[in-house]
Design a protein around this ligand. Structure first.
Ligand code: OXD
Ligand code: MN
Length: 595
């Protein structure tokens, strides 16, 4: 498939270590994919679903000990510990290569090594970066065929160059104790062993497109961010783009595929999805910031996805999809998950492969769920009904606004705008979510998750913030930066804001601000809307007083938050830029003055 000596030499070395019986190159063709699907079904690795109801859809179950990303076993292996920083786990590269080499030695005996040449972003685009993943899992191959652009054209585009990301994955024994997801940013290398779960083994996604790419972005002057990208089309046909970063479990995929409320729909507004998870951002010749989604599909959480919460995601999964760890509905050979509808199948197999009795399901006890709470669909972006026509534009889309968000019961208002790029980067650095009653452990514990990148920055967090600040000086026409919180609760703990499609009402204020079309109130934390400027037409349970409540800035709880931020900054360590400390001190002073 190629004469590239860097590619061939590296594969030879990895094959000598892992000792596969055969090596198969993945060419991106449908014939080869179909043969692999058939092989996976013959071994039980996948189950072919009802081809009339779910054409080209399959079900896979991971090992029960292997259902999520493992942050505790994820390492950034830079030669100097301080370059990985305090927030990441670090291992010395030499030590890590030696340790993992032992785990890889002979790990592919009796198995096939698949060679997957793939591109993140459109092959040939100025944004594109190439990778090769070596894996002994057909499931990984089939997922990569959905999530990235795979094929011989990648090798052609790479030519003789050694500039590609080398990813090695072996399932080995799926042994939790020896599971490692290791990144060597100085060597463009990722090694993953003893897992078969998507986030740990689809190396193009979190490992490459965020951890390694964030490192490359810093070196090369661009940004890799954990952000959705959506376009709002106005009735006159013009489209404005927004990138948004939220910690997990805050509805990123739902926002990316938002259905406009009737009020906007009837005027001709439309919302288009460019991406639901990752954005690569570069400064364009016109001085604006441009974004692409480097992925080719969605690796979305299934539970809770339904015709109300996210019809576009549900339609996207109705063909060409791999479901992982959901319920197998034996009645019609389809799938089910909690929150899909109110009709759990009577004849069903749960995510562990056991007979599942839905009458024993108790919402408060996750162990009774039929689908794992982190069960997933891997679906092609091309099948998404609201996919933006710019999805395949190699230039990307120009970004008007960057939105950060968190899950805060009281502190953060529904929306506010930062006062500058530097202040916006500070707002990103203090992003946080509170644990909810739905999760195990204490309720209301604040987890700081800067820019939603806490588990995904491939280097020191303080240096990452410095890169954000530097980027601000490189974008003459920078997007405005906002913060939203859909999760304010009343005294009884009920959500006040309806969320979902109605979030568009907030996005419209954000875009109006970007165009200078609406005024706002300056508060100690930034610009907050005049309550009248959030359009509530057609909302039953929300009136002007509700909006006023949602927009209040409670000085005391913000001052308590400032103390928590100081602790977090201290934890990030001595590379926190002085500008961030200046922003923090200025915030504290403004809050004290407002007491
Ligand atoms: C994801 C995540 O799977 O952020 O996208 O965990
Ligand atoms: Mn994500």
């Amino acid at each position: 498939m190629t004469n590239n000596k860097y590619v061939l030499g590296w594969i030879e070395e990895m094959a000598a270590m892992t000792q596969p019986d055969k090596i198969v190159w993945i060419d991106g063709s449908e014939e080869q994919a179909e043969a692999l699907r058939a092989e996976a079904c013959s071994t039980g690795e996948m189950i072919k679903l009802n081809q009339e109801l779910l054409p080209n859809c399959y079900l896979h179950r991971t090992a029960v000990n292997d259902v999520a990303r493992v942050e505790g076993r994820t390492f950034i292996c830079t030669s100097k510990k301080e370059d990985a920083g305090n927030i990441n786990n670090w291992m010395d590269p030499k030590e890590c290569y030696a340790k993992l080499s032992k785990l890889y030695t002979g790990a592919m005996k009796g198995r096939t090594m698949y060679v997957i040449p793939y591109s993140m972003s459109i092959v040939g685009s100025p944004f594109a970066k190439y990778g090769i993943e070596l894996t002994d899992s057909i499931y990984v191959v089939l997922n990569m065929l959905i999530m990235t652009r795979v094929g011989t054209n990648v090798l052609e585009a790479l030519g003789e160059s050694g500039d590609f990301i080398k990813g090695l994955h072996a399932k080995a024994d799926i042994d939790e104790e020896n599971r490692y997801i290791c990144h060597f940013p100085e060597d463009n290398t990722i090694w993953s062993v003893n897992s078969g779960y998507g986030g740990n083994v689809l190396l193009g996604k979190k490992c490459f497109a965020l951890r390694i790419a964030s490192y490359l972005g810093r070196k090369e002057g661009w940004m890799a961010e954990h952000m959705l990208i959506l376009g709002v089309e106005y009735p006159n046909g013009e489209t404005k783009y927004i990138c948004a970063a939220f910690p997990s479990a805050c509805g990123k995929t739902n926002l990316a595929m938002l259905i406009p409320p009737e009020l906007y729909k009837k005027q001709g507004y439309k919302v288009w999805c460019v991406g639901d998870d990752i954005a690569w951002l570069r400064v364009g010749e016109d001085g604006r910031l441009w974004a692409v989604n480097p992925e080719n599909g969605f690796f979305g959480v299934a539970p809770g996805t339904n015709l109300n919460s996210n019809p576009n995601a549900l339609y996207t999964t109705m063909k060409d999809t791999i479901f992982t760890n959901v319920v197998h509905n034996k009645e019609n050979n389809t799938v089910w998950w909690e929150g899909l509808d109110k009709n759990p199948p009577a004849d069903a197999i749960d995510w562990k492969g056991n007979v599942w009795d839905y009458t024993k399901y108790n919402k408060a006890d996750k162990s009774t769920c039929g689908a794992h709470p982190n069960s997933r669909f891997t679906a092609l972006a091309a099948n998404c009904p609201c996919l933006s026509k710019e999805f395949n534009n190699p230039k990307g889309v120009p970004v008007s606004a960057i939105v950060f968000g968190g899950r805060r019961a009281k502190t953060a208002p529904l929306v506010y705008q930062s006062t500058s790029w530097q202040n916006g980067a500070f707002v990103g650095s203090i992003m946080a979510s509170e644990t909810t009653a739905a999760a195990a452990g204490a309720v209301g514990v604040v987890r700081r998750d800067p820019m939603a990148m806490r588990p995904f920055v491939g280097y020191d967090m303080g240096d990452y913030w410095a890169h954000w600040l530097k980027m601000g000086t490189m974008i003459p026409n920078a997007p405005k930066i906002f913060h939203v919180n859909w999760f304010r609760t009343d005294a009884d703990g009920n959500f006040i804001w309806p969320g979902f499609g109605d979030n568009m009402r907030v996005l419209m204020w954000i875009l109006a601000r970007c165009e200078g079309k609406v005024s706002a109130n300056i508060t100690p934390i930034g610009y907050v809307p005049n309550a009248e400027d959030i359009n509530i037409e057609g909302l039953d349970d929300v009136n002007l007083d509700t909006i006023k409540e949602l927009l209040t800035v409670d000085v005391e709880s913000w001052l308590a938050d400032v103390e928590n931020i100081k602790e977090f900054y201290a934890q990030v360590g001595d590379r926190v830029p002085q500008a961030m400390y200046d922003e923090l001190a200025a915030l504290e002073a403004r809050l004290n003055a407002a007491k």
